[in-house]
Design a protein around this ligand. Structure first.
Ligand code: HEM
Ligand SMILES: [Cu+2]
Length: 560
């Protein structure tokens, strides 16, 4: 393959959506890099090692760092990745261009919102963690910036629905192609899911500007978790989409079933939202009856992930056998483990098994009391978002950045090493956090290394603490390797002209949608969206009505 330097060619002239996708993606990775910076320091904290006094000139507290970590990693990075992938994939699949003016509007809304929110974050005026529960009260710019950032995703919803309807008009009676179907249901789910946060933001902005004297903490938490659970599916589904529509091909096989994959996304549309009380099992003012209903609905939303486990595993087995793997487990060894993208997904899904199991524990109403607000919880979700979602994004970057820019991946060995180390570090850290939370009730969100009393109280968990330090070191190295690889790839001046032309690696499927009654049923997207709305109204309506009609606003506090 010829690798030449083409300094003057505008490679994006014929494909402006590539530039948009690259910008969204790289902005997301910049957020991830800054947010991740604090990760190892937090792991050291839970190992009894306190490096925060050294940060003092710039960062004022553990909690300021933790807010930046949560906001940049879990809100900013994840959303930008979704806005990149879930617009670009349908565009390529349908062969259509999104409305580029609006695409750039969404980019600028995200960037400006991010910058507005960053000022109070960096100035220690919004150290309220990424859940920003009232009555903790941040600077207004934090809420306004965050709101603008989230509203940017509404433009993405429009972009995809508009491309979809353009395609439908040109292809009457045809079944929506798979990646587009996933993207459409994903964005509709997000629209429904985000409404809680939008309403909460109206309250918080009015409050932080002094227009109202107080807000009701219970109502705010309920609105927050209305969005707060489905937001994790908003993080997860781009990774699933990539696992369905690209991973089988990258691994050398085919997706086993297209209709079943649609069903998974339909189930997420239906059940992602009406489950938020599983974050409020310990809250007063919500009847146990309602908590039980949300428990059952939460178990329903585990089903599409179980189907995913089978579908992806079967597709990988097809790939392994196509590559010559024999016997019960031989196909596993025959997968292309030396492909950094495939490696990232394989390891990410491996972590997802204990991650999912822990999630079922969390959701099991009274079991939740054992682990609620302990470090078990960050142990759990670093397997999900910190490992699977993040590794899916990192792995995808390894082919997507070359695909978008025409620049070949540099330091492939480092890319592979970064994924092994990230997986290993996360595995060790989450293992120890789970046990520290479960066995010793070590609280999450606590600067324990800075408190001799806490260190004394949790002395018995010191063996697990050592593991946290080890994991922090490993993850720091993993992060340095990964960010080196992607910036060195994106910033080099070499371009490989053939790669600019390369296709998105869409998988072929074994069981096709044509002629499938399941696929036809799932195609009635607006009908199912209506059902999703009804479910939400049933699961939230009565409780929210009661809360809105019995508000107890309290004044804000700044305790930092
Ligand atoms: C180098 C990698 C990372 C390390 C070592 C790390 C470590 C930690 C630790 C120890 C905590 C618990 C802090 C506490 O409760 O006081 C935490 C919290 C958190 N992490 Fe990470 N993390 C890493 C990467 C990530 C990534 C990639 C994401 C998401 C994409 C993420 C999302 C979060 C979130 C949402 C919290 C909760 C913040 C809160 O409780 O307010 N982390 N992290
Ligand atoms: Cu949840």
């Amino acid at each position: 393959m010829a690798v030449k330097t083409f300094p003057k060619i505008d490679v994006y002239a014929g494909a402006p959506e590539k530039k948009y996708t690259l910008f969204m993606l790289m902005l997301g990775f910049i957020a991830l890099m800054v947010g991740t910076l604090f990760g190892p320091l937090q792991a050291f904290n839970y190992g009894g090692l306190d490096l925060y006094p050294f940060l003092k000139p710039v960062f004022q507290s553990y909690y300021q760092g933790l807010t930046i970590h949560g906001v940049l990693n879990a809100i900013i990075f994840t959303q930008l990745f979704g806005q990149a992938i879930m617009v670009y994939l349908p565009a390529k699949e349908l062969g259509l261009r999104p409305n580029m003016t609006l695409a750039w509007v969404s980019f600028w809304m995200a960037l400006i919102g991010l910058l507005i929110a960053a000022l109070p974050l960096l100035g220690n005026a919004a150290s309220v963690l990424y859940t920003f529960y009232p009555p903790l009260k941040a600077h207004w710019a934090f809420y306004v910036g965050a709101a603008l950032f989230v509203l940017s995703s509404y433009v993405s919803i429009y972009l995809v629905l508009e491309m979809w309807s353009r395609w439908k008009r040109a292809n009457p009676g045809k079944i929506t192609p798979l990646a587009t179907y996933m993207s459409v249901t994903f964005w509709l789910m997000w629209f429904l899911a985000s409404l809680g946060l939008v309403v909460e933001a109206l309250f918080l902005i009015a409050w932080s500007l002094g227009l109202v004297a107080g807000v009701d903490p219970l109502l705010m938490r309920t609105l927050f978790w209305y969005t707060g659970h489905p937001i994790v599916y908003f993080w997860l589904l781009p990774a699933y989409t990539l696992a369905y529509v690209t991973l089988p091909k990258l691994a050398g096989g085919k997706l086993v079933s297209d209709p079943l994959s649609r069903l998974v996304f339909l189930l997420f549309l239906l059940f992602s939202v009406p489950v938020g009380f599983h974050h409020q099992f310990a809250d007063p003012g919500i009847a146990p009856y309602w908590k039980m209903i949300h428990t059952i609905l939460t178990m329903m939303v585990a089903v599409p992930s179980l189907i995913t486990a089978f579908t992806i595993a079967a597709s990988l087995e097809v790939a392994g056998r196509a590559n010559g793997g024999k016997g019960l487990l031989g196909w596993i060894g025959a997968l292309p483990w030396n492909n950094p993208t495939v490696l990232a997904f394989l390891l990410g899904f491996l972590a997802f098994i204990p991650g999912g199991a822990g999630g079922i524990v969390n959701a099991s109403f009274n079991l939740n009391q054992n682990i609620h607000n302990t470090v078990w919880i960050p142990g759990h979700f670093h397997l999900q978002v910190g490992t699977l979602v993040t590794m899916a994004a990192m792995g995808t970057a390894f082919w997507l950045i070359p695909h978008l820019t025409g620049k070949p991946l540099v330091a492939r060995g480092m890319a592979l090493a970064s994924q092994w180390l990230w997986f290993l570090g996360m595995f060790i850290m989450t293992f120890s956090l789970h046990w520290m939370g479960f066995l010793y009730a070590v609280p999450r969100r606590s600067h324990i290394a800075g408190s001799p009393i806490a260190m004394e109280a949790y002395r018995e968990s010191s063996a697990w603490m050592v593991l946290n330090i080890v994991s922090g070191v490993i993850l720091l190295i993993a992060a340095i390797l990964f960010f080196y690889v992607i910036y060195a790839t994106a910033l080099q001046s070499r371009r490989d002209p053939e790669r600019v032309m390369s296709e998105v690696p869409f998988s072929e499927v074994i069981s096709k949608p044509e002629g499938s009654s399941l696929a036809l049923m799932t195609e009635r997207v607006w009908f199912w969206f209506g059902i999703a709305v009804v479910l939400v109204v049933l699961a939230y309506g009565p409780v929210l009505f009661q809360m809105f009609t019995n508000m107890n606003p309290v004044p804000g506090q700044r305790l930092w």
